[in-house]
Write a protein that binds this ligand. Structure first.
Ligand SMILES: O=C(O)C(=O)C[C@@H](O)[C@H](O)CO
Ligand SMILES: [Mg+2]
Length: 447
């Protein structure tokens, strides 16, 4: 006999709807079902889950006829979009399809993918992925690959919940017991980085990332270079080698200036320099790599293994940073990770986004031998109006200890989303856009 006050009825209902019903829930629900005044729909879902949990039926039997019934998108603060995929078995999956600043465009792209999905078996992730990628003739790019990414994440979430295991178990199991993470400092116009690092060190982090410059002209002055270098010199002077940090050139640095800046930064030994030039100038990666010992990183603006394959072939990158919400999701990023490993390139997924995106990254990190570092957005300068865990019920699973995070224990992506809070937040969707920067002469500057 389960004592009712051990369970929160609302949490039980949320778990019921999200397909996360546990044995204890099932026992509790059975005993107290008449206290809940459940509707017929909830009773049906509960019955399906009870059968699943306690049935001699094969799992395949239960889910063989499963069908995708609905896709719902929620644009929420700070600049995220969450996708919920419903099935006729009452098991739901969550994804995070988003291009920051183009949320409505991606939302429409997700809706336009529905004909490939509604009525289909959610277990057939590979087939659905190729249908979405190849079915529309035109393919790739940030919008379509972000739409596919979020849908793919949600399908893996469903698959894990059906089998009652985390996604990484379905991908062959853990290659590590914990994953190293890093934190942003300094914001868009890097400032107060010493204070930022100091407070994050007190929280246990020892690895950071900051923007390397503000606006920088195609050919800029020694003074502009000196300003960028002095900031890095201050960090090394303040913390020595007790911390590590990556420097994000953020695409703001032209190819001519990248060579100059990399040379001046050599003495301070950054862990890596990210997006040393824009992805459309990727042919400079091997040339720049020949001019510096600093590991070069890129990938947040590459959207499939077909974008990455040329970069792998030509060389120059030591670290690739595919974004799990931009590069086709778990299915595609696992392939990118494996390709990178063959070229002795490390994996450090890009993730300045929300909890589902981070969970998807971690599912790939925990099965990829070459995963070395994971970006996460706690305290990032973009999180105005909501923080990483504001929509998460199982916040304890996101605990970061001395910069490391443990594998999520729950089925699927391992995130229990507070759906009521998401729905409420979506009633007042943000209209986040990145700023349009301009040089002193009025021309557009890379942000
Ligand atoms: O996290 C990073 O490495 C970034 O470069 C941040 C950038 O990707 C913004 O999210 C774009 O909106
Ligand atoms: Mg970046």
């Amino acid at each position: 006999m389960v004592i009712i006050n051990l369970f929160n009825v609302d949490i039980f209902r949320q778990r019921l709807r999200s397909g996360m019903v546990t044995d204890a829930d099932a026992e509790f629900g059975t005993v107290h079902v008449f206290h809940f005044h459940m509707g017929i729909h909830e009773l049906f879902i509960f019955a399906v889950q009870l059968i699943r949990l306690h049935s001699c039926w094969s799992l395949e039997h239960l889910t063989a006829s499963m069908k995708i019934t609905k896709l719902t998108t929620y644009r929420i603060a700070p600049r995220w979009m969450l996708l919920k995929i419903d099935t006729d078995a009452g098991i739901v999956g969550w994804g995070e399809p988003i291009i920051e600043g183009r949320a409505r465009t991606v939302e429409m792209a997700v809706q336009e993918m529905q004909p490939y999905l509604i009525g289909q078996d959610p277990a057939r992730i590979n087939d659905l992925w190729h249908a979405m990628y190849r079915g529309g003739f035109y393919r790739g790019g940030s919008i379509l690959m972000s739409a596919i990414a979020g849908i793919d994440q949600a399908l893996w979430d469903i698959k894990g919940k059906v089998h009652g295991v985390p996604v990484y178990q379905l991908l062959g199991g853990l290659v590590r017991d914990r994953m190293k993470t890093y934190s942003w400092v300094g914001g868009d116009r890097p400032s107060d980085v010493i204070a930022g690092i100091t407070s994050l060190r007190n929280a246990g982090f020892d690895t950071f990332k900051l923007n390397g410059t503000e606006e920088l002209g195609m050919i800029d002055s020694a003074m502009a270079i000196d300003a960028a270098v002095e900031r890095i010199a201050e960090i090394r002077a303040a913390f020595g080698s007790t911390i590590e940090f990556g420097i994000d050139f953020h695409g703001r640095v032209s190819a001519p200036m990248a060579k100059v800046l990399l040379r001046e930064l050599e003495p301070y030994r950054p862990l890596f320099v990210e997006e040393p030039v824009l992805a459309e100038q990727a042919e400079y990666y091997p040339r720049l790599a020949n001019s510096t010992s600093i590991p070069l990183a890129a990938g947040e603006r590459m959207y499939s293994r077909f974008d990455f394959k040329n970069v792998f072939h030509q060389g120059g990158l030591s670290i690739v940073q595919p974004d799990l919400s931009h590069a086709g999701g778990i299915t595609e990023c696992c392939k990118i990770a494996a390709m990178a490993e063959a070229y002795e390139i490390a994996l450090a997924p890009h993730c300045p986004l929300g909890p589902i995106a981070l969970a998807a990254c971690l599912q790939v990190d925990f099965v990829s031998h070459n995963a070395v570092l994971q970006e996460q957005s706690i305290g990032i300068h973009y999180n105005q109006g909501a923080e990483l865990l504001d929509y998460v019920i199982n916040r304890e699973d996101f605990k970061i200890t001395n910069g490391y995070i443990a594998p999520f224990p729950k089925p699927g992506l391992g995130v229990e989303i507070d759906e009521e809070r998401v729905i409420a937040a979506s009633l007042n969707p943000p209209d986040w856009r990145n700023p349009l920067w301009r040089h002193a002469d009025g021309s557009v500057a890379e942000w």
